[in-house]
Design a protein around this ligand. Structure first.
Ligand SMILES: Nc1ncnc2c1ncn2[C@@H]1O[C@H](COP(=O)(O)OP(=O)(O)OP(=O)(O)O)[C@@H](O)[C@H]1O
Length: 618
């Protein structure tokens, strides 16, 4: 089934096939905590044989009482009972029953405790696995709504799939109990067991059917669920509150939420009603079978074939058996139904990145001598018809500061993504020191390239971490962080923070302190400087900086990038003109190239744009 396409109604084979993920789930749960998993299984096994023992002791008590009732009446005072010795067996049996009841309760509590702890451990463990796997994936495997739906479905599984395994354990426990009860019953009335099983088949089939429908509904409604999450986020988060308030969007968002929610609710309601109605009919069938069996046992007791103790044992066993069999069959169908969801989780784990280093990948060449060259590069984003860049020939010399300018959507950011192998070109190739970029180790390549994107992340963590994350192994190295901050002018920003480098930034967490756009940008640029990168890429790095800050940042950038290769993307010509060479991009290809002076003299596109901007300042 292609990713993202709605699954057709899963066939019986697919439903059963989904069960093949259970061992993998078991492995995952086991890895999360071997001790708790083993404990859970052991407790279940211990619990399995208790019901039949309790029923059997009950039968012995009743038979003993019935036997005693045939004897002459005993002295009703307690002393009389004790001295007559007639209480001895009964007292023993009652004590045994009490012991079993206490044990059953203790085991059941122990089971819930262990299962609860196991569920917590599993959810943490699986979340970490999910995050670790996510970091391996290509950017492409995140973008696109189908991919996001898939990730959302996988994420959804984490918190509550552990319960599936405890349910499986519960099933095994119940199956063992059924076996022990059945052994006791087979001697009396084997065909009654068959009757009970047959009566439960319709309920089982019905459950399987409705589970599959429920899964299908959940699957096809993933986009709506993500919409609902997104709208809830828009309406309730600190990042969006400003615009939502000023534009008065709350009513609009609530209406939109309601629109999506009502649609999903109506479908779920229809399914739930059908499920409840059919469930009622099937349960009634089960009850009829139970009472037919009961009537037969009563009749045979009256006929003298069974003792009173046998009657209670059999009636009790049948009642338990009915409940258990019902639970087993329905549980099985539920497990099969839930296993369908496991498909989403394990399919996510099966996704493999395409952009990986080969076995003989080279390290990044230090120092650069030739530089980087794009040769006839073309790139189309996945699922896109349009070429973001095409027939692109571009060289970035070692040690050169190159600026890229061009209108919105001209392909500037795309070039950066290709250079850092967030994507690979669809056509043509990119050479580093004359060798295909794909022959280098991806992690090493990224280590030697420092990039700050225009939509850089504002980490709601401390200022020191925001900068230190540029070179994560040095996130605790205050000296290096201060140095990077000084280069990007972030030092002035941090000085004004109440807790300096330890100040949590952003409004999301307690005692967070929000920065202005330009201040955030200085912090982000410091992150790029944390890298001892050989190639520095700044994508619109100064868009939010004031004129003086921009000038200073670039003076420093120029000084610092001596001997390093730098790529600069900007719409501001005051910034761009400081570059050694400027490339004007249009529709994904190079339109003009040269120094500021050369391009002005050319009187082409660059000169026109420069004049436009300069006129704005006059
Ligand atoms: N993730 C994506 N998926 C599909 N198409 C994309 C994606 N990112 C960019 N594009 C498209 O690729 C083209 C080039 O985008 P790019 O971001 O490289 O432009 P840019 O020159 O950096 O623009 P700007 O100056 O506005 O930042 C645009 O037409 C854009 O719509």
């Amino acid at each position: 089934m292609p990713v993202g396409s709605p699954p057709p109604q899963p066939s019986w084979r697919e439903r059963a096939g989904a069960l093949r993920h259970l061992p993998a789930l078991f492995r995952l749960v086991w890895q999360a905590s071997p001790a708790l998993t083993a404990g859970s299984v052991a407790l279940r096994l211990a619990r399995a044989s208790l019901p039949v023992a309790v029923l059997y002791v009950g039968k012995l008590i009743i038979d003993e009482v019935a036997g005693q009732m045939r004897l002459p009446p005993a002295d009703p005072s307690l002393g009389g009972w004790l001295t007559s010795g007639r209480l001895d067996t009964l007292a023993l049996l009652l004590a045994l029953e009490l012991g079993l009841a206490v044990l059953a309760d203790a085991l059941s509590r122990g089971s819930s405790l262990v299962d609860g702890l196991l569920a917590d451990r599993f959810s943490n463990f699986a979340s970490i696995q999910l995050m670790e796997h996510a970091t391996l994936l290509d950017l492409e495997q995140f973008e696109g709504s189908a991919q996001q739906d898939r990730i959302e479905r996988a994420r959804n599984q984490i918190t509550w799939r552990a319960s599936l395994l405890t349910q499986v354990f519960g099933q095994v426990q119940d199956a063992l109990t059924v076996a022990t009860l059945a052994v006791g019953l087979v001697a009396f009335a084997p065909w009654l067991i068959l009757l009970l099983v047959l009566a439960l088949v319709p309920a089982f089939v019905g459950e399987m059917h409705f589970n599959a429908q429920g899964y299908r509904l959940n699957y096809v409604r993933t986009p709506e669920r993500r919409q609902l999450d997104y709208i809830r986020y828009l309406a309730t988060s600190v990042e969006t509150a400003k615009e939502v308030k000023l534009f008065g969007l709350n009513g609009f968002l609530v209406d939109r939420f309601r629109g999506f929610a009502d649609g999903v609710y109506a479908e779920r309601k229809a399914l739930a009603i059908r499920r409840a109605a059919w469930g009622g009919v099937f349960a009634a069938l089960g009850s009829v079978a139970y009472y037919v069996a009961y009537a037969l046992i009563v009749w045979r007791t009256v006929a003298g074939e069974f003792t009173l103790g046998d009657l209670t044992f059999l009636a009790g066993s049948f009642l338990r058996l009915r409940g258990l069999l019902e639970g087993l069959l329905l549980g099985f169908s539920q497990i099969a139904g839930q296993a369908l969801y496991l498909e989403d989780l394990f399919r996510f784990f099966e996704v493999r990145p395409a952009i990986v280093s080969g076995a003989d990948a080279r390290p990044f060449p230090v120092p650069l001598r030739e530089g980087i060259r794009f040769e006839n590069v073309g790139f189309r984003y996945p699922d896109s018809e349009r070429w973001a860049v095409r027939h692109l020939d571009l060289a970035i010399g070692a040690g050169e500061v190159l600026a890229l300018v061009g209108g919105n959507g001209a392909g500037k950011t795309t070039i950066v993504k290709l250079l850092t192998r967030l994507y690979d070109p669809t056509e043509g190739r990119i050479l580093l020191e004359g060798r295909d970029l794909r022959s280098y180790d991806v992690a090493d390549l990224r280590r030697h390239v420092g990039v700050i994107f225009q939509d850089f992340v504002r980490f709601h963590m401390s200022a020191g971490e925001n900068i230190g994350m540029g070179s994560i192994e040095a996130v605790g190295d205050r000296e290096r962080i201060r140095d990077a901050a000084a280069r990007s002018l972030a030092d002035g920003v941090v000085e004004r923070l109440p807790r300096g480098y330890d100040q949590v930034l952003g409004k999301r967490f307690e005692d967070g302190y929000d920065l202005s756009g330009g201040e955030w940008q200085k912090v982000a640029i410091a992150r790029a400087y944390m890298r001892e990168a050989d190639v520095i890429v700044l994508d619109e790095p100064t868009a939010a900086l004031d004129a003086r800050a921009e000038y200073e940042v670039f003076q420093r950038f120029r000084d610092l990038s001596r001997g390093r290769t730098a790529l600069l993307i900007s719409h501001r010509f005051s910034t761009v003109r400081m570059a050694d060479r400027i490339i004007v991009l249009e529709d994904g290809r190079v339109a003009e190239s040269g120094s500021h002076e050369v391009l002005l003299a050319l009187r082409g596109r660059y000169a026109e744009l420069f004049e436009l901007q300069a006129a704005g300042y006059r």
